[in-house]
Design a protein around this ligand. Structure first.
Ligand SMILES: Nc1ncnc2c1ncn2[C@@H]1O[C@H](COP(=O)(O)OP(=O)(O)O)[C@@H](O)[C@H]1O
Ligand SMILES: [Mg+2]
Length: 260
C-alpha cells in the first residue's frame, strides 16, 4: 500500500557500501567491506560473532560514522550523518520492537513518527486521515504483508513478541522508500513468531524494497533470502545467490573463509 508510487525497479542497487573501514583504536572492525543491496531482494548477511555485521549495517543506517569508504544510495554517493538523515534517504531500520509505543494501539503505532519521511505515500496521505481511516489503512497494510493480528485496538504491549516484531517490520515497510535493515530481528522469538517476521520480510522485498537482514539462522536464510553475503573478519568475502548455494558452503565460508 505504501509502495504504489514507488519508482524503484527490481534489480536496482538501492544501497552500495564500498571499501568501508571502521577502526576502534587499534582494532579494525571493518577492513574494507563492500556490499550491494538490490531492490526486490532479501539480502542476508551471515557471519561469525565479531565479523563486523552490526558495525556495517550501523554505518549504512547512519547510527555510527565510518573511518573511510563510500556509501551510495541509489547510485549517488551520500554521507550518512545520522539515522534521521538515512531515514530521509528512504532507509528504515528495525531494532527489535523497541520502536513501538507499548501503550498505543496498532494504527497509532504505525502512524507514530510519521514526520520523519514526508515523501512516502503514507506521509502524503497522512494529512487527510482520521483515526478510522488510519485503522483501515493499517489493517489493509498488514493484510498486504500477510500479518494477521489478534486485535488492532488493544495496546501493543498485549500482543505477542512475534506480533510486535512483525508490527515493527510492517511499520518500517509502511514508511520505507528504498531499504529495510534488520539486525537479528527474530533472535528472541519462537518458531511460529519468527514465521510472521519472515513473511513480512519477504513481502517487503516483493514490494521492491531492498531488504538487508542479519541472521544466524542460515537454513532459514537459504529459504527466505535471495542473496547471501558472508562476512568474515571485517570483510564481505562472498556474495552468493541463495538458490545456488547450500548450508555447508555458507558455514564453511563463514568459519574458515574457504568454500570447503
Ligand atoms: N563500540 C565499539 N568499540 C570497540 N570495539 C567495537 C565496538 N563495536 C564493535 N566493536 C568490535 O568490532 C568487531 C565487530 O563487531 P560487530 O560489528 O558487533 O560484529 P557482529 O555483529 O558481526 O557480531 C568486534 O571485534 C567488536 O568487538
Ligand atoms: Mg551483531
Amino acid at each position: 500500500m505504501a509502495n504504489t508510487e514507488r519508482t524503484i525497479h527490481k534489480g536496482e542497487v538501492v544501497i552500495e557500501a564500498r571499501d568501508i573501514v571502521k577502526k576502534y583504536g587499534h582494532l579494525q572492525a571493518l577492513k574494507g567491506a563492500s556490499l550491494k543491496v538490490y531492490a526486490g531482494e532479501v539480502t542476508a548477511l551471515p557471519g561469525d560473532n565479531g565479523a563486523g555485521k552490526s558495525t556495517l549495517v550501523n554505518i549504512i543506517c547512519g547510527a555510527i560514522p565510518k573511518t573511510s569508504g563510500q556509501i551510495f544510495c541509489r547510485g549517488q554517493e551520500v554521507e550518512m550523518q545520522s539515522i534521521q538523515y538515512a531515514q530521509q534517504l528512504g532507509i528504515q531500520t528495525v531494532y527489535q520492537d523497541l520502536a513501538l509505543a507499548p501503550d498505543l494501539n496498532v494504527p497509532n503505532n504505525i502512524f507514530l513518527g510519521r514526520e520523519i519521511i514526508k515523501n512516502s505515500f503514507f506521509g502524503r496521505l497522512f494529512k487527510l486521515l482520521d483515526m478510522k481511516q488510519m485503522a483501515n489503512i493499517s489493517r489493509a497494510h498488514l493484510a498486504d504483508l500477510g500479518i494477521g493480528l489478534k486485535s488492532m485496538t488493544v495496546p501493543v504491549k498485549s500482543l505477542s513478541g512475534g506480533e510486535r516484531q512483525a508490527l515493527a517490520v510492517a511499520k518500517a515497510v509502511a514508511w520505507c522508500e528504498s531499504i529495510l535493515i534488520m539486525d537479528e530481528p527474530t533472535a528472541a522469538l519462537g518458531a511460529r513468531q519468527q514465521a510472521l517476521v519472515y513473511s513480512a520480510m519477504r513481502a517487503a522485498a516483493d514490494k521492491n524494497l531492498g531488504v538487508l537482514v542479519i541472521s544466524h539462522d542460515i537454513p532459514k536464510m537459504l529459504e527466505v533470502a535471495d542473496r547471501i553475503c558472508i562476512m568474515r573478519q571485517g570483510e564481505v568475502i562472498a556474495d552468493l545467490v541463495a538458490k545456488e548455494t547450500n548450508l555447508q558452503t555458507v558455514l564453511s565460508l563463514m568459519l574458515t573463509g574457504q568454500a570447503g
